[in-house]
Design a protein around this ligand. Sequence first.
Ligand SMILES: Cc1ncc(COP(=O)(O)O)c(C=O)c1O
Length: 451
Amino acid sequence: MPRTNNIINPSRSLSSPTNRLSLISRHLVAHEPLNTPYSTERLPDTVDTSLLPQTPVRRSSTASTTMSSQPEHPTLLIPGPIEFDDAVLQSMSHFSESHVGPSFVNTFGETLSMLRKLFQTTDPSAQPFVISGSGTLGWDIVASNLVEPGEDVLVLSTGYFSDGFADCLAVYGAKVTEIKAPVGSRPQLPEIEKALSEKKYKMITVTHVDTSTGVLSELEKLSQLVQRVSPETLLVVDGVCSVAVEEIKFDEWKLDGVVTASQKAIGCPAGLSISMFSGKAVQAFKNRKTPPTSYFASFKNWMPIMQNYEAKKPSYFATPSPQLVHALHTALSQILARPLEERFRKHREASDRIKQAVADLGLKQVASNPADQAHGMTAIYLPETVKGADLLPKLGAKGVIFAGGIHKEIVAKYIRFGHMGVSVLNPERGHIEKAIKALTDGLAECGYQKA
Ligand SMILES: Cc1ncc(COP(=O)(O)O)c(C=O)c1O
C-alpha cells in the first residue's frame, strides 16, 4: 500500500509510480521484493539475499593502466569530459544485468560507500546520491529539495556556472541574491559577511571552481564565516570541476551539499550526477512545509533508493545506468587505491608547471590572483593579435583539443586548458608536455612572439 505523508501525496492515476512499476516490473524475478520510494521505508528487511540467484560478477581490472591502448585520437584537454583510463572505459562494456539484481545492487552499494571516502565524510547522517544525468541535475536537486519557493539564497558568483546555478534556483522559486565578483576574481569574505548579517539566508552556494574562469573559491574560510555569522544557513558547493582534484573535507568543513558529475576529475564518462548532502541538509528537506518542486530530482523519491542500494537491497525508483555505474565503480576504486592527498598534490604540481609555462609564453590567466587559481584547469587570455578561432584548429592539427571561452564578457579573448585525471597522473602519456608544445608552436604559427 502506498503511504502518504504531508509532503507527498502520490496520485493514484494510471501514471502514478506504483502503477507504472507494476507495468514495467514483469521482467523481475517474482520472489525478489523490490523497494520503491513508495515502499522502502515500509518494507522490513526480510530479504535474505544469499538465497537469491547470483549473477556472475564480471569485473574489469581496476588497476590503472599508465599507457592507453585506446585507438589513436586527439588528446582531449578541455575542462571535462577528460581523457579516460582504459579500465574505466572497459567496465562500460559490461554485459546487461538487471538493475535490481544482487550483483548490480552490490556494485552500486559499493560505489556509494566509496563516495563517502572521496568526500572525506564518515558521518552516517551524510547521504550520497548517484543519479543519471549531467552536472546540471545537481543544481535541480539542490533547488527543488533544499529551498522552498520564496526563501532567500545567497549565490557567490565567479562566472558563468555560478550564474547558471543562480538561474536554476530562481526557476524553482528561490529569491536569489548574487554577489558577483569581477571576472577573474572571487567574492571577498567581508562582503559575504555583510550580506549574511543583513538577511537570513536559507542557503549560500559557492562554485568551488568556476569552469568558465578557472577561479578557485576557498571553502574552509567561507565555512568558518558561515558558522560564525549565520550557522543555520546551508552551505552548498558546486564541485563539478573540483571534486577529485581539489581537496574537499565534507565533515571537517561542515559542508551541507556538494554536487558534481562523472566526467571531470572523477574520470568516468558523462551521464552521472553525483552528490553528497549532510544530515542537516536532509533535515532541512524533511522540515519542508511544501512538497519538493521536482519529481525526478526529488529526495523523497531517491533517498530510500540510495540507502537501500548502500545496504545492498534491491530498489527501484527510475532505471539507473548499470554500465555507467560500473565505470564509476572502477574510477573510484582507482582513485581510492592511492592516498587522496597524493592525488591533490600531483594535480597542484602539474598545474604549477602549466601556469609557469603560460607565464613564460608571456600570457596572463583569467584568474589573476595565484591563490584563486584552480588546479585542474587554466583559463588563458590570448594575445591581442591572436584569435581563438585561428589558434584552436592549429592545436587540433597537433593532436590537442583545448576549449574556447564561455564567459560572455570575455568569450573571444581566452581559451581553456583542462588538466585532470590520467593526463596528470599518468605522465607516461605525455599529455601535458604535448599540450604546452602545441600551444607554443600554435601561437608562433599565429604570428605571436613574446614581447
Ligand atoms: C562548475 C560547473 N557546474 C556545472 C556544470 C554543468 O555540468 P553539466 O555540463 O555536466 O551539466 C559544469 C559543466 O561544465 C561546470 O563546470
